[in-house]
Design a binder for this molecule. Structure first.
Ligand SMILES: [Zn+2]
Length: 236
């Protein structure tokens, strides 16, 4: 199987997993950097992630232009993906979602931080991008490269950012990595709301987070991926 074939299959699986695990619903999307051309990325046409097939995947330039002039309708927020690939050479997959448990953190100023070891991969603290700061009253959707680049700037070198009143964007070194972090971002947010109701939280220390992140290997990612893929009706 070529590298491109592999990534296309992984991308369909990533869509199905994210839908099956409740990280995306009819909205939200996941992309992969093109394995043979780092200036291009692969993303489905505008369609619910649960329904995506391999033929739905479209190749885009980083500015969001489809390579094929006759490409089907694109996600309006595809600029998130290109702007991040442009800013982060280390990133090979991007997930944008409206994962329900992260939303309260984006609107209250309460910081989303890891206290469960599996959630260390969300980063030391997840920042919140507020479209209103720079762009005023908008639909909150990232509809052009200027907004995408502003989001990428706040993301910086981090694995994830929240988006006020909207959702989250997560990046990874591979599709398996980005899906893993996306799932544990939702898990961490849900648990943090439960823990906050009980009392003061002892979060992971900076040193603990760094050690856990350094230890994340393909074995762990593959173990989760196989389970989630099968649960979503896909082979690994
Ligand atoms: Zn969105």
């Amino acid at each position: 199987m070529s590298k491109l074939d592999f990534v296309l299959e992984e991308l369909v699986t990533a869509n199905r997993i994210l839908a099956n695990e409740g990280i995306v619903d009819s909205f939200g999307h996941v992309s992969a950097r093109h394995p043979d051309n780092p200036q291009h990325y692969l993303l489905s046409r505008a369609r619910a992630p649960e329904r995506i097939e391999r033929d739905d995947i479209v190749e885009y330039k980083l500015d969001g232009t489809a390579i094929d002039n006759n490409a089907p309708a694109a996600y309006m927020e595809r600029f998130i993906h290109g702007a991040i690939y442009e800013a982060r050479p280390d990133v090979h997959a991007v997930v944008h979602n409206h994962s329900p448990s992260v939303i309260p953190f984006g609107v209250t100023g309460k910081k989303l931080k890891p206290f469960l070891h599996l959630c260390a991969h969300i980063g030391h603290e997840v920042p919140t991008w507020d479209s209103r700061d720079k762009f005023g009253d908008t639909t909150l959707l990232v509809g052009d490269m200027a907004m995408g680049r502003d989001l990428a700037k706040l993301l910086g070198a981090r694995p994830a950012t929240l988006m006020r009143g909207h959702g989250a964007t997560v990046v990874g070194r591979s599709l398996r990595h980005a899906v893993f972090v996306s799932v544990y971002l939702e898990v961490g947010a849900k648990l943090q709301m439960q823990a906050m109701a009980l009392g003061e939280i002892k979060f992971l220390s900076t040193g603990e987070i760094d050690k856990i992140v350094a230890r994340l290997n393909d074995y762990s990612l593959n173990r989760a991926w196989e389970n989630w893929a099968r649960r979503a009706g896909r082979e690994m």
